[in-house]
Design a protein around this ligand. Structure first.
Ligand code: BES
Ligand code: ZN
Ligand code: ZN
Length: 495
């Protein structure tokens, strides 16, 4: 998809569809009375209401260069946030796709330019077009693939004074969107392919492609054993696939701050001996979405000239039942020395994260730790599929993450790290147990479990079980992986 900036008269653009809001219509209709009547007639006839999600298609009858005019409803000024900007644009993009448009012209709405910096608005528009057009087609036949018509060119109509900001926006938007696409591709790929070894190859490729800033080290089973990662290795035990502890290190010149990003990397979660039912297992290739997002972030760090040092950690393994598998009742020792009674082998993510967090604290001594994990079904029960839960031990870091969520439309909601529930994960024979007593608050007790492995470092945990994967087509995401977290973290690292 190619984006260009057109500070000229939008009516003159040669395009399949020209997208505009009602408010911006005068930019095309001014001085064109036939077109004005045509638009008025259609609006009356179809009782068009100017609301987000409403659309009106019009044949332009040659009055302007565009083949069709698409009038898109938009929300009122007060609550038009970045999430709405993305959804407005993605819906328009989808609508244009319905008439098989290849060339789209898009009048950047005044409302967006009023609410956001030009670069921000344009970046969002580019992200929305790219993410909305995403398809995972590699397993479809060539004939089916050929049938899909993609938008190839998007012309952004803007006043001449906004060009440099818009250019910046296109650049950033493309990098952000491509990084999210990178993560989506990894998650959508079947687990048969995306094994821990495969993820480590991806990490090695990233280091090769960004050799001036990124180094990689892959720790083998034996090496992680020597470091004492008993919790991670306990989960890995049931699988024939070799576990890999992936360590990525981005270090630009003169960096002052060091941030560790951890992604849950269970390449398939069967539940282990506490086996999941078929229905719950169906989508469990998604259980490395946190890892995929961290890899997606690393694919963009150098391009964005990120100024801080970033370490990426992924404890990658499969959670499988077998004769060698971890059993309920087993006790594991994590790298920080704490013992964990495993009562349910399906609560495996927190075990692998216990060692990744311990490694971060002990070996990296960073300024901040951020973990992204498809950790609990309970978080989906609490917040649904669009919003992730965020927990943390540092007000400032939490606040900054919330700002990044607002700036990217990747929604999250602050949840309590409530001490009062700590008793629920006390074990009678080990330091802690991996599931709680009772049925309620499962996302919170999972976060409390993780907090045991981060004594002091400022840390946030983001449970992305809901937003990592779309169960139905959305304007911004076709069914499947969403790449959630990539744009959130990139925004965080750039600001
Ligand atoms: N990977 C799952 C959580 C999950 C569920 C992610 C649905 C995405 C969609 C995790 O490993 C898990 O199985 N958690 C259990 C924990 C329970 C056994 C305490 C859960 O949420 O049911
Ligand atoms: Zn599980
Ligand atoms: Zn899991």
């Amino acid at each position: 998809m190619k984006f260009s900036i057109k500070p000229t008269d939008p009516a003159k653009l040669d395009t399949d569809v020209l997208v505009t809001t009602v408010n911006d219509l005068n930019k095309i209709t001014k001085g064109r009375s036939e077109l004005t009547s045509l638009v008025q007639e259609a609006r009356n006839k179809e009782q068009f209401e100017d609301k987000l999600g409403n659309f009106l298609f019009l044949s332009t009858k040659g009055y302007i260069g565009a083949y069709k005019l698409l009038i898109a409803g938009i929300d009122s000024e007060d609550n038009f946030d970045y999430f709405k900007l993305l959804n407005f644009t993605a819906s328009a993009c989808k609508k244009a796709g319905e008439i098989k448009a290849v060339k789209v012209a898009y009048i950047v709405p005044e409302l967006m330019l009023k609410k956001f910096r030009v670069a921000e608005a344009v970046s969002g528009i580019v992200e929305a077009f790219t993410l909305s057009s995403y398809r995972f087609l590699k397993f479809k036949s060539i004939e089916e693939q050929k049938k899909v018509r993609f938008i190839e060119e998007v012309q952004l109509c803007l006043p001449a004074g906004k060009i440099s900001g818009a250019e910046e926006g296109i650049k950033i938007g493309e990098i952000f969107a491509q990084a999210a696409v990178f993560a989506r591709d990894l998650v959508n790929e079947p687990a048969e392919t995306t094994t821990p070894t495969y993820l480590s190859k991806i990490a090695e490729d990233l280091a090769k492609e960004n050799s001036t800033t990124i180094k990689v080290k892959i720790f083998s089973r034996d090496e992680t054993k020597k470091m004492g990662m008993g919790a991670f290795l306990g989960v890995a035990r049931g699988s024939d696939e070799e576990p890999k502890f992936i360590h990525l290190h981005y270090k630009p010149k003169g960096s002052k701050k060091k941030i560790v990003l951890i992604g849950k990397g269970i390449t398939f979660d069967t539940g282990g001996l506490s086996l999941k039912g078929a229905e719950h297992m169906e989508t469990m290739k998604l259980d490395m979405a946190g890892a995929a997002s961290v890899l997606g972030v690393f694919s963009a760090l150098e391009k964005l000239n990120i100024e801080c040092e970033v370490v990426g950690l992924i404890a990658a393994c499969e959670n499988m039942p077998s004769g060698k598998a971890l059993k309920p009742g087993d006790i594991l020792r994590a790298m920080n020395g704490k013992t964990i009674e495993v009562l349910n082998t399906d609560a495996e993510g927190r075990l692998t994260l216990a060692d990744a967090l311990s490694y971060a604290v002990i070996k990296e001594k960073p300024d901040e730790i951020i973990d992204l994990a498809t950790l609990t079904g309970a978080c989906m029960v609490a917040l649904g599929q669009d919003i992730s839960g965020i927990w943390g031990n540092d007000e400032k870091l939490l606040g900054r993450m919330e700002t990044s969520a607002k700036n990217t439309g990747e929604q999250l909601w602050r949840m309590p790290l409530y001490d009062g529930y700590k008793d629920l994960i006390k074990s009678s024979i080990a330091d802690i147990k991996n599931i709680q007593t009772g049925r309620y608050g499962g996302a919170i007790t999972a976060a409390l479990f993780l907090s045991e492995f981060v004594p002091k470092t400022p840390w946030v945990h983001i449970d992305i079980a809901g937003p990592a994967f779309a169960e139905k087509d959305d304007p911004l995401t076709p069914k499947g992986a969403t790449g959630y977290g990539v744009r959130l973290l990139l925004n965080y690292l750039t600001s």
